[in-house]
Ligand binder design. Structure first.
Ligand SMILES: [Zn+2]
Length: 81
């Protein structure tokens, strides 16, 4: 999966996709559909604990999923090439 890095406010660096590994699924973060009959909800957002692989190092973060808009600090499934 991909983690989206934060760009700098001044625009020196833009948000970029980084490879990430799932290290954990926070309790209560699974989609509700897994536990009860599907019902109305805002989105399918899944929060995951990730290990993000940067060229300069590795860090750990808890991130929400954002597929449509690649906001800094969120994760998404890798784009099809
Ligand atoms: Zn990506």
């Amino acid at each position: 999966m991909h983690y989206v890095s934060h760009g700098t406010p001044g625009g020196e660096y833009t948000s970029q996709c980084r490879a990430a590994i799932v290290t954990g699924v926070p309790e209560g973060a699974l989609p509700e559909a897994d536990f009860e009959p599907a019902k109305e909800r805002d989105s399918d957002t899944v929060v995951l604990d990730l290990a993000v692989l940067n060229p300069s190092g590795m860090f750990f973060n808890r991130c929400p999923q954002s597929e449509g808009v690649h906001t800094g600090g969120t994760w998404h499934w890798p784009e099809r090439v």
